[in-house]
Ligand binder design. Sequence first.
Ligand code: GLU
Length: 307
Amino acid sequence: MLDMNYQAILDHIYTDIQPQIGVGKVASYIPELAKVSPAHFGMAIVDLHGNVYAVGDANTVFSIQSISKLFALTLAFHLQGDAIWLRVGREPSGNPFNSLVQLEREAGKPRNPFINAGALVVTDMLCTRFTHAENALLQFIRKISHNPDIGFDEAVAKSERNTSDRNSAMAHFMKSFGNLHNPVEAVLDAYCKHCAITMTATDLARAVTFLANGGALPWNGDAVLDKSSAKRLSALMLTCGTYDAAGDFAFRVGLPAKSGVGGGIVAVMPGECGICVWSPALEETGNSHAGSLALEMLTNLTGRSIF
Ligand code: GLU
């Protein structure tokens, strides 16, 4: 691949994106998240040689929220391989991320690991494997982002836990079908802590470089996943990673990605780099408005996507 001047491209995006920053709404259904200013924008690219390119608030920590679903899935997939697909599917849901409607028809097996029901099942797998699933995931994230200082935002975790009636309903429902093995309260505790992990855009861009590198950490070659599993995970990101807008996102951006209601989006350019953009004001779909546009600009300006 020809070398790209990623810093110049990010600078260009940062200038052009300014009028879009703050357009949309900051998530407020978790009260603590509503306190975040919509005026933030940060974007980072980490290439496979470890070079970091960044603009704006790329080094400000934010709540990773549903991006944690990608890391929880990676860890469960690493530990259990294809057995996980007996309990969670691999199809887009065509429904909101916290919807309950499909679960009854589909006997408590969530459509995919990136909707809340699917992530609760994945968290349940981690709860079976570890005494403290939240700490196990945190350690794993610290390792793949090469940053031992990553931690939880306890206020966000508490705020989400206090307002988790819907996730609780989902978890109980799946338990009634036998698809949750641990106590609902324990799974919810771990899940809310996972969502409340805070990272910077730079941390997150680095944390997905293994996916751009065939499953191996670029700095030491350690395999997080084998090549085929990394490909499959990236495929799931493309089809299910950006809420019920994944089709439109693939059309506009053309990269595997995972978003969260904290306003972060991670994306992977295979063979090249990990990317993360953060801007808290969201579109109706739950994806960051300025973040989605910035990623669209990136693939337009570089001419690179997976297509
Ligand atoms: N913690 C959030 C919830 O379960 C995650 C939402 C998200 O980022 O999609 O509602």
